[in-house]
Design a binder for this molecule. Structure first.
Ligand code: ARE
Ligand code: CA
Length: 582
């Protein structure tokens, strides 16, 4: 047994309390090394070996290098000591504990999870598990009020190609008018990129955090939007841009005017006085030299209090959550207090960070509920769009992304194909709609929350920012109606099939060199099996029955029924066909 590959630690994601009396523990081992994994566990104060319970850890997934096993340990006392007992493929047995690996139980020592505190439990909002989120970029979604259009508003047409400074006149009134459309699509949560006052079209350079941008409407419009959206069964999530303000934010204006004498000088990271914006800003900004976005010193108590007052104002108005911009560059202490504060105001509020890389540091239960899942997008991009990975590589990459996070976060991670910061996924697929459709099917059936970028559902295309932000197509002739119906159908399937929303995940088929990928989601004894043919040729597929555990199946997409013979399920899939079997 390759003992160098063994890994466990008593923290997320290797040890995650499920509730006060159970701890989910995970073990990493070399690929194909372990035949059986047991966990021996007891109250920390137990001295007698004979009083240790045994729980079998099950294989949960494999990635490129490792196998992962998982067990749920019951602990009445909330305190735990445990040690893994591993059996290798050749029958050899070793213990693995805090002191190391040994044939002798005592030498291996034990891992200790000292106490499960109520405050340390990771609870994410229940509603988020049933959510399908729709992302709206307000200037480009719908223009419901021509009166508030900015000067130099450009033509809203299918040929529009936005530049960095284009305005199209979209607003909140337009969103209110479109709620029936969104309801028809089937989504039940709306995420808005920023809507507070700012000079740009994207509004990430906030001038006034307490005011709706007049191009989008006013406070009254926003309150009506919340009311109407809620009446349509839709939640509202706003963008929290706290890493930086805009340069027209009152505090930054004051620093520009008064320099070192400004009482707000420590709200930012000023390198030198007087403060200049050109030719290069002499203060920290978002990214590299973006003068209109001075970085906020969120560690400063006054800044934090100011922003928390902003958070209180909008949260109390009735919104259902926050998406945190550049969440990875704001200090952890800020986010910890932010979580307590938001959940105090509204325990059901959802908190989603924008992090493009592994975000486990923020997902231990004390900061975000989850993240925009760009790791998911990377895997999906390589498999469906580029087609540079086979089923086995796709599966391994997904596993690496999945096992990085605790289950609570994973279940509500925003799985996106694209966003206002990336090229449109249909464009990534070379506008080959069948590939795009298969990726959407995957998005709607994988673990986590589907996040739909406005217009994807009707076949909009576009290169990266700013081209991916074209005005929404509303003309019947211009929309891909068939694609819209397909989205509707998939959303309906997701909403009617609990395993797709809450179920565990098991790889079903992922052979090297093969374009066929299959997996099973299970929830309370119910299974949903997803089979995807990511190729332009017919595929004969033979699936083992043990993961599926029954003989009959119905494809929710076509209504086709079938039966397995022997101990395999044989299927024939047409090019780019996907199936959702129950
Ligand atoms: C403009 C230009 C961009 C340029 C950028 C930086 O259009 O081409 O890359 O400036 O100089 C908003 C606007 C953007 C605007 C930007 C600055 O929407 O149009 O872009 O302001 O004026 C990183 C961050 C991530 C950030 C992306 C854009 O980590 O937080 O960059 N995303 C949020 C929002 C944006 C918003 C801002 C932040 C600023 O969603 O819309 O931009 O408030 C890799 C890295 C990521 C990196 C990603 C994209 O994968 O791992 O860290 O994200 O690439 O570059
Ligand atoms: Ca308008």
């Amino acid at each position: 047994m390759l003992i160098e590959a063994l890994f466990h630690e008593t923290r997320v994601p290797y040890a995650c309390p499920e509730n006060l009396h159970s701890l989910r523990v995970r073990l990493r081992a070399g690929k194909g090394e372990i035949a059986r994994c047991l966990v021996l566990h007891a109250d920390r104060y137990e001295l007698l070996d004979s009083c240790f319970q045994q729980t079998e850890a099950e294989w949960m997934a494999s990635d490129q290098r490792f196998d992962y096993f998982e067990a749920l340990l019951e602990c009445t006392a909330k305190r735990l000591q445990y040690v893994f007992l591993l059996e290798g493929k050749k029958g050899e047995r070793v213990y693995f504990g805090e002191s190391g690996v040994s044939k002798e139980r005592n030498r291996a020592g034990v891992f200790q999870y000292a106490y499960i505190h109520e405050s340390a439990l990771f609870v994410t909002p229940e509603w988020a598990r049933d959510a399908v989120v729709y992302q709206i970029f307000p200037d480009r979604f719908a223009n419901g009020d021509k009166e508030n259009d900015p000067p130099r508003t450009e033509d809203w047409s299918k040929d529009a190609r936005p530049g960095r400074d284009s305005f199209y006149g979209g607003d909140l009134e337009g969103v209110i008018h479109s709620l029936p459309y969104l309801r028809k699509l089937g989504v039940n949560a709306l995420y808005f990129t920023p809507i507070f006052a700012s000079p740009s079209n994207h509004k990430y350079d906030t001038a006034d955090y307490l005011r709706i941008d007049p191009q989008f409407g006013n406070l009254d419009t926003f309150k009506r939007l919340i009311r109407e959206a809620h009446r349509h069964g839709m939640r509202i999530i706003l963008d929290a841009v706290f890493n930086h303000s805009g340069d027209r934010f009152f505090a930054f204006r004051d620093v520009l005017e008064k320099g070192a004498d400004s009482q707000y000088r420590d709200w930012f990271f000023i390198e030198q006085f007087p403060v200049v914006q050109t030719p290069q800003p002499n203060y920290e900004t978002f990214a590299v030299n973006v003068p209109v976005m001075p970085k906020l010193r969120t560690e400063n108590r006054e800044v934090k209090e100011y922003l928390f007052q902003v958070v209180r104002y909008w949260t109390e108005m009735g919104i259902d959550g926050w998406r945190l911009d550049v969440a990875n560059e704001v200090d952890h202490a800020f986010w910890r207090d932010f979580r307590s504060f938001v959940k105090m105001l509204n325990p059901e509020a959802l908190i989603i960070g924008e992090v493009w890389h592994n975000a486990v540091k923020w997902l231990e239960g004390d900061q975000f509920d989850s993240v925009m899942n760009y790791l998911f997008r990377d895997c999906v991009y390589r498999f469906f769009a580029e087609q540079t990975s086979d089923a086995s590589e796709f599966d391994a990459e997904l596993t690496t992304a999945r096992i990085s996070y605790p289950d609570q976060a994973l279940q509500v991670a925003w799985n996106l194909l694209d966003s206002h910061d990336t090229e449109r996924f249909l464009t990534s697929c070379g506008e080959k709609e069948e590939r795009f459709r298969l990726a959407v099917l995957f998005q709607m059936t994988y673990v986590g929350t589907p996040l739909i970028y406005y217009g994807d559902e009707i076949g909009m295309t576009g290169e990266t920012d700013p081209d991916c932000r074209r005005p929404m197509l509303w003309d019947k002739e211009e929309k891909n109606q068939a694609l819209f119906s397909y989205y509707q159908r998939l959303i309906r399937i997701r909403r009617s099939c609990a395993p797709l929303r809450r179920g565990s995940f098991r790889t079903w088929l992922a052979d090297p060199g093969s374009p066929v990928y299959a997996f099973v989601r299970s929830w309370q004894g119910e299974n949903a099996g997803i089979v995807l043919n990511n190729s332009d040729s017919w595929q004969n597929v033979s699936l083992p029955l043990d993961t599926w555990a029954k003989r009959n199946w119905t494809d929710l997409l076509t209504g086709e029924k079938g039966q397995a013979s022997g101990n395999r399920m044989e299927l024939i899939l047409s090019p780019y066909q996907g199936m959702v079997l129950v």
